[in-house]
Design a protein. Structure first.
Length: 72
């Protein structure tokens, strides 16, 4: 099942960056937006440590070399 199909359930979910940047490893998904049908959904992730927000597409979140679901 694609992330796009579970979108409402993803809000508030927790994610771990496989390769942390600036010591930011743990994130919470706080929003999702699809500009139009032909563009991928963009998810907004907030760093638990700094509060800085980042954006990731469905394919980036599904890439296990970049992200893992849950805090690890």
């Amino acid at each position: 099942m694609k992330i796009q199909d579970k979108q409402p359930k993803l809000i508030g979910s927790k994610w771990t960056a496989v390769s942390p940047h600036n010591k930011e490893k743990h994130f919470e998904l706080i929003g999702a937006r699809q500009a139009d049908v032909e563009r991928p959904t963009t998810h907004t992730l907030r760093s638990v440590m700094s509060g800085i927000t980042y954006h990731a597409t469905d394919s980036e979140l599904q890439d296990t070399k970049k992200w893992r679901r849950g805090w690890q």
